[in-house]
Write a protein that binds this ligand. Sequence first.
Ligand code: CU
Length: 598
Amino acid sequence: MNMARSSSNSSNIYLVAVLLFLGNALVGARAKNVHYYDFVLREINVTRNCTSTTILVVNDSLPGPTIRVQKGDLMYVEVHNQGLYGITLHWHGVNQPRNPWSDGPEYITQCAIPPGTNFTYEVNLTEEEGTIWWHAHNEWTRSTVHGAIVILPSEGSSFPFPMPDGEHIIVLGSWFKEGTSLNKALEMELSIGSTNIPLETGFMINGQFGDFVPCSNETTPHLFVDYGKTYLFRIVNAVVGAEMFVSIADHNMTLVGMDGSYTKSIVVSYIMMEPGQTMDILVTANQSPGRYYMAAQRFSSEDMTITDFSHLVSTAIVQYKGNYSLTTPPSYPNDTLPSYYDYSAAASFAQQLRSLATKEYPIDVPHDVTTRMFITATMNYVPCPDDSCTADIKTSATLNNISWREPSVDVLQAYYRNISGVYTADFPDFPPVMYDFTEDDLPSSLAEATIGTAVKVLNYNETVEIVFQGTNLLNASGTHPMHMHGHSFYVIGFGLGNFNNETDPQAYNLVDPPKVSTFGVPKRGWLAIRFRASNPGVWYWHCHFDRHMTWGMSTAFIVKNGDTEETSMRPPPSYMPPCMASTHKFFGETDQNLERDI
Ligand SMILES: [Cu+2]
């Protein structure tokens, strides 16, 4: 991969590491490895599916460079924005202890890095081990600005499974015909209240469509394997707006990790990944030497009448090395790749997920809950504020009936510097109205949302249980992959229908629930999670379908400081990008007057 500079092995750097971390109780006597990376963002011309367009990428590659580090390492990533618009980067699945300043979501922890300037992220890895990823976190820039992060076991320890013979990194991505005009097209549709916002025109594996798309078979990714060997496939779902099924012809997949934590092994013939999730999968090359398709296609949890999504199947070829006849086409996973609307296939996969939860890899599920929240995740509408819209209402999406409005100054800065009028600290613990959430044909009056920048404030170390309730408002139910920044969480239960607070908790898994940073609220169902608010700072949480996030299905936690320095947020770095209008906006500077509004 194209990494401009990495000096992790230099002895000077080691010395710096020793000096930096001497006396840091968290790492004990062992110094951290420190890595430095340069990420140069610029627009390049690419051709896919017989057409050329311009896209913004890191270090001239799609997907961007893979970062390869060990558990507990520290890395500095200097971002050089040589593109036309402001950008931010996020380290997805990294808890960023005490350091929200490097977390990245625009208007939550920073403002955009202006074109022509640099900004350095400091990323401290602590608990994470396995595969996670990085991506842009302003508007939909992440569609082409993303890459994998491989976190190997720390020195002296190893995987909780036999050492694989090799590794392949698989990044699933989206293709938009708009290229670098994607955000502009998005803003135009949002400004007029249109639901017709951009849709992926295809999905890709490692930046390529594969054999079933015109002009693509020359560049189909090949994943070479030796007969009899076992490979660790590190799979990232970097797709912008879709859940994905992945299967390999004639080969089982053994899931061993997810979102930077190990899982109990499960042997499956396909996986289903929410956008934002990462999975570590062992694949043994135990079939007749030949070529086998790995195929990825969309799973749609929306109504089956919604068909206007890309049905393209993206492929890579798992190819055995050696001398054998290549005359037959690769085998295709006809029997194992579920179809677009196979809800039960998606659900049965998710139901098998468990944390490894051994003595060596313990889990820490909170048992005594101090903060309980019940949060509806729904599609809504808001009245059109003026005559800019094409209808009387605008589509929106909400948590507890509030559609997130981006402030003009990031919440973190407002919190740290006591700037009033940027956000309100009153995100509610319950929806304003209780109703039969998952019924058909609910009254549309229930779907009228409010708009605000309301955050939830938590005391340090509170133990939080959140039940997310999906609804069928506007007959627009579907999965919502909820992603939390700053903390991983335990998935203690999920199910269909309305959450029952007497019977459903009896079936909670408090023994080995999966520890993740993104998990789907089932269509017309509920998701229960727990975590300890042990990371002081400001942390975004949102649906990882970018169209829902853009429509407002998001909010933020403020986790207050504890009593000591070690339990308090770090001060900001000496430079943060300035919050100024028009670093990236093309249309509708709607939040210019926000401070006066509140
Ligand atoms: Cu959603």
